[in-house]
Design a protein around this ligand. Structure first.
Ligand code: HEM
Length: 119
């Protein structure tokens, strides 16, 4: 079961990269936002994070539930922003309409990284 947890944690880091990577690369951009990568990254964070929580109890891992609850709320915010931006991009909205969602998703994900490490 330890290996399953580790695989989910690797997925968690890949999902994190899929959100924060495009954000850092395109922070100053005004067009062609990689919102699809962020959207799939946000889904990955929720699935792998919740999966790890499911395994934490049987594996007897020391988990701070308050921290995880706060991370979950922020991750839902990341998902909502990425979803709204992704839906707009699919409908062919112009880049100016996608930009706020791109920044909200990337900024909130960065907040979650800081929380994960410093809390
Ligand atoms: C955008 C969303 C998220 C980001 C950027 C993120 C970031 C991180 C990072 C950087 C780590 C490694 C550092 C550490 O071990 O504390 C981590 C671990 C972890 N995250 Fe997340 N996370 C997100 C969402 C979630 C969600 C929604 C959950 C669960 C509901 C979750 C549960 C966990 C768990 C269980 C660990 C492993 C902790 C351990 O090994 O002790 N994460 N996360």
């Amino acid at each position: 079961m330890d290996i399953a947890f580790s695989i989910l944690l690797v997925g968690h880091f890949i999902g994190l990269a899929a959100i924060v990577g495009p954000f850092l690369l395109q922070m100053r951009a005004n067009e062609n936002f990689a919102i699809t990568s962020m959207f799939y990254g946000a889904i990955t964070q929720l699935v792998t994070g919740i999966g790890m929580m499911g395994l934490a109890e049987p594996l007897d891992r020391d988990i701070d539930y308050v921290k995880i609850a706060v991370k979950l709320v922020i991750a839902i915010g990341v998902f909502a922003a990425a979803l709204l931006g992704w839906m707009r991009a699919r409908k062919g909205a112009n880049d100016r309409d996608i930009k706020p969602f791109f920044h909200a998703a990337g900024g909130l994900a960065l907040v979650n990284v800081i929380l994960a490490v410093f809390w």
